[in-house]
Design a protein around this ligand. Structure first.
Ligand SMILES: [Zn+2]
Ligand SMILES: [Zn+2]
Ligand SMILES: [Zn+2]
Length: 261
């Protein structure tokens, strides 16, 4: 065997064929040959072309995403929400959990008619609570954390705005800033989900509004940032935070990654 000879024996997760030329990789790091990877309908969470679970609302997932998804309300209410609070409160963002009610939905049709929506935070005028609706099933730890942090960010914005004025694009920017901060500061991430973290942080950074808020935070520290946000949420500051109004909900879903070799 010559010194320069490269041994390449990676195989397709699905059909075990040797991978040549163009192949595909999902967020779990599983690789697929061009034949298996060209299927259009891929797992909503990781992009795997092999979907085995289909929900009545037509969401489709691979077996692994479905298996690793977080469905227990005790885990979401307790562990995940507590982690978000811990990370954000260290940065001066106080969240009042008694005012937040989290409801889990198994069917997207009861949550929203928009296909990309996985979470909603809305203010309940009568009970004065903020309700977070979260779609469960098919979303592993990191995806659930990403959505929940985003919705908790909306709760913080609601809690600090005045009733008559509410800046929705600013609220979206704050929500994505929450996701960005929480995901960047997670410890004990399961090794299998590290790619989900990297992918989520990467796409949150592409949202320049979340990055704008993060930059103000890095430059001025949290008391200044929080004062600016509160004043702007109440309509008392004029363009203190230069947003480009990227809405996170317009971001495209995970697509399977094509790799040229
Ligand atoms: Zn294959
Ligand atoms: Zn998947
Ligand atoms: Zn949002």
């Amino acid at each position: 065997m010559g010194v320069n000879e490269i041994i390449f024996d990676e195989r397709c997760t699905n059909c075990n064929k040797n991978l040549h030329g163009r192949y595909y990789c999902d967020l779990w790091g599983r690789k697929y040959c061009a034949g298996c990877g060209s299927i259009d309908e891929s797992c909503r969470t990781c992009g795997s072309p092999i979907v085995t679970v289909e929900y009545p609302d037509h969401r489709r997932y691979c077996q692994r995403c479905e298996h690793e998804s977080i469905k227990s309300s005790r885990r979401i209410d307790g562990e995940l929400l507590q982690t978000i609070r811990r990370v954000m409160e260290r940065r001066g963002f106080h969240i009042y959990p008694d005012e937040i009610k989290i409801k889990l939905y198994k069917d997207r049709r009861n949550l929203s008619d928009k296909t990309h929506v996985v979470g909603i935070a809305s203010h309940q005028r009568f009970s004065d609570k903020i309700e977070i609706k979260l779609l469960v099933g098919g979303n592993p730890l990191i995806s659930t954390m990403n959505t929940l942090s985003h919705e908790v960010g909306h709760c913080w914005a609601y809690q600090h705005s005045s009733g008559e004025y509410f800046d929705q694009p600013l609220s979206e920017a704050i929500a994505d800033f929450f996701s960005l901060t929480v995901l960047s500061n997670l410890s004990n991430i399961p090794t299998s989900q590290e790619k989900f973290v990297d992918h989520s942080i990467e796409s949150l950074k592409e949202n320049t509004d979340a990055s704008t808020i993060k930059n103000i935070f890095m430059e001025m520290g949290h008391p200044t940032l929080i004062n600016l946000l509160k004043r702007e949420l109440k309509g008392k500051a004029w363009c203190a935070i230069p947003l480009k109004h990227n809405r996170s909900s317009d971001r495209v879903n995970v697509r399977i990654r094509e790799i040229e070799r």
